[in-house]
Each structure stands twice: as structure tokens, then as C-alpha cells.
Design a protein around this ligand. Structure first.
Ligand code: ADE
Ligand code: ZN
Length: 325
């Protein structure tokens, strides 16, 4: 077995964390007061009582409505830097952080405000010993045209954005809906990944599209590939990273997917442990490692492998990888 101390001290990369999902109720209340935004209550306790969800759709409703308090460049900076300090405490050496520009531009916040605040925090993270990069996600329940425009808006900030992802409500929003913007993203030099949330109605079809047609380098969640031996082979052959999030799984699927993670480790699939939306699913990355290590009875070697996989599938040079471990 593995001690909490061992997990806490282990250097790791975090590859699946949504910055908007790091917005804690405390900061949400503070920003609501500062920006004079009515969020229905001024009590932390009452606010926390509204955090109720047990499916992807019911979670997303709370997640998007919470973002109303994010208004200025400083707000986005505070959001990201607050997370980055936590990441440092969790011994995260390198992080690739998702953000959802359309969730802000659709409510009248400019792309520039979002990217300037977040990228300044990423830059300042160097000073606290964290290498931080940004991955811009398209919202898959928005149109392909909206994704195209978002990619265009990002172009002047290309050097601040390492990759492109796809998130939000997966139901009836398959990867192929976004084949054109993802082709453009690849030809512009971005890395690409996509969510394949746990236990979706069309999980296997969506995973096939993402891997075989779009050509993603990673799958966010993606643990449903265990159901299909050909996909497991594909993931091994192409060193596809799977970014599993135990506490998120527990909330949204009532199952941490311990068995799936262990099976995929046995197959040598490059699976890692991440926090997804730590403010919503009860913990940062070390809490997620600890949760699965305990409930799945992971050996020290398995925990080390999960952390090694996080560096192996990070979008950094071999030299950089070696320097963190
Ligand atoms: N946006 C934030 N977290 C998400 C998740 N786990 N799945 C899909 N979209 C998300
Ligand atoms: Zn996610």
C-alpha cells in the first residue's frame, strides 16, 4: 500500500483540470460582492447547498452559472493563480489547464479579457515553481461555426495556447461535428485532445471517431475504451494519453472506475490521474490519487506509473519531462 505522504511528495503533471472548475464557492462569493453580481445569496453555506449534481448535464448547469462572477482580467488571473498555488502544494510540476472561452464570450466578456488574465497567471506560475500551459476547449453543445470563430479569435494569442480540446455536454455532440475546426487546429500547430466522458450513450463510437478519424493525442476520461480490445491496442500503439478523474467519476457516474484504471494499467495504456473540476468534485489532484490508491488498493509501483504516464503524455520535450521527475 501507499501512504498519503508518498502521494503528496510524488512529482506529477496535471493534464485534465478546467480552470473554471477550480472556482471555489469562497472566491465566487468574493467576486460576486466585488462585481455587484446577484448570485441569489451572500451566505457561503447557502451557496454550497446549491452544489448538487449526479450527472454530466446537472453538473454543467451549476458550473456554467457559477462563471457569471468572472468579469475582469484580474478575476481570470485570480482564478488561475489561486489554482496554481494549490497545484504547487500538490507537487504538480507541469500543468496543462483547460479553459472554455465560449462560456465567457457568450455572456459578453471579450476573448482578450479571458486570455490576458489566464496567460498572465500561467507566466507568473514559473516564480512558484510550476510550468503552466493553456489548452482552449470548444464547447461541444455550441455550433461548429462558433468553434471556428473561437479558433480564429485565438490566432493572435497562439503562442499562449498549447492545445485545443473539446468539452461540455457530449450527448448528441460527437467528435465528427468538429472535424473541420480540429483539422484547422492541427494545421496551425496546436496539440489536440477531446473529452470522452465516462459512460456516455455513444462512448465507443465517440472514442473511435476521436482516435481514428480526428487523430487526438489524448482522450479526457476515455476509460470506456476497456470495452473494446481493438481500441486498447490502438491506444497502446499510438501512446494515447487517458486522463482519468476518480472523484469526478464518483459524482457523475457513481463509480470511480477503479477496475477500469487497473485494467488499463495492466495493458500499459498511458493513463493518468487528474482532478477535472476540483471545486466541484471534492478535491485537488492528490486527493484524487489518494482516493483511487485507497479504494483500488494500488501498489506503490502502480501509483508511480500513473505519475510517470502524466509526464509521458504531457506536451513537453523529453528533456523537460526528465527534469521534473
Ligand atoms: N467541463 C468541465 N468539466 C467537464 C467534464 N468533466 N466533462 C465535460 N465537460 C466539462
Ligand atoms: Zn473534464
Amino acid at each position: 500500500t501507499v501512504s498519503r505522504e508518498f502521494i503528496d511528495n510524488l512529482p506529477k503533471a496535471e493534464l485534465h483540470v478546467h480552470l473554471e472548475g477550480t472556482l471555489e464557492p469562497e472566491l465566487r462569493l468574493k467576486l460576486a460582492q466585488k462585481n455587484h453580481i446577484d448570485i441569489g445569496t451572500t451566505s457561503l453555506e447557502n451557496l454550497k447547498a446549491t452544489y448538487q449534481y449526479d450527472t454530466l448535464a446537472s453538473f454543467l448547469a451549476v458550473y456554467y452559472s457559477a462563471m457569471a462572477v468572472l468579469q475582469t482580467e484580474d478575476d481570470f488571473y485570480d482564478l488561475a493563480f489561486t489554482y496554481l498555488k494549490k497545484a504547487r502544494q500538490n507537487n504538480v510540476r507541469h500543468v496543462e489547464m483547460f479553459f472554455d472561452p465560449q462560456a465567457h464570450t457568450s455572456r459578453g466578456i471579450s476573448f482578450e479579457t479571458v486570455i490576458n488574465g489566464l496567460s498572465k497567471a500561467a507566466k507568473d506560475a514559473k516564480e512558484i515553481g510550476v510550468d503552466a500551459q493553456l489548452v482552449m476547449c470548444f464547447l461541444r453543445d455550441f455550433s461548429k461555426e462558433s468553434a471556428r470563430k473561437t479558433l480564429l479569435a485565438a490566432e493572435p494569442y497562439h503562442e499562449k495556447i498549447l492545445g485545443i480540446g473539446l468539452d461540455s455536454d457530449e450527448h448528441n455532440n460527437p467528435p465528427l461535428k468538429f472535424s473541420t475546426p480540429f483539422e484547422k487546429a492541427v494545421s496551425s500547430g496546436y496539440h489536440i485532445t477531446m473529452h470522452a466522458d465516462v459512460d456516455q450513450i455513444d462512448s465507443i463510437d465517440h472514442i473511435k471517431q476521436a482516435l481514428e478519424v480526428i487523430g487526438v493525442e489524448r482522450l479526457d476520461h476515455g476509460t470506456n475504451i476497456v470495452e473494446n480490445p481493438d481500441l486498447i491496442k490502438f491506444a497502446c500503439a499510438h501512446k494515447i494519453g487517458l486522463t482519468s478523474c476518480p472523484n469526478s467519476n464518483k459524482f457523475l457516474s457513481q463509480d470511480m472506475k477503479n477496475h477500469e484504471v487497473k485494467t488499463l494499467l495492466d495493458y500499459n495504456v498511458k493513463i493518468s490521474i487528474n482532478s477535472d473540476d476540483p471545486a466541484y468534485f471534492g478535491g485537488f489532484i492528490n486527493d484524487n490519487y489518494w482516493a483511487i490508491a485507497q479504494t483500488a488498493n494500488l501498489t506503490q509501483a502502480q501509483v508511480v506509473k500513473l505519475a510517470k504516464n502524466s509526464f509521458d503524455t504531457a506536451w513537453i520535450s523529453e528533456k523537460q519531462k526528465a527534469s521534473y521527475q
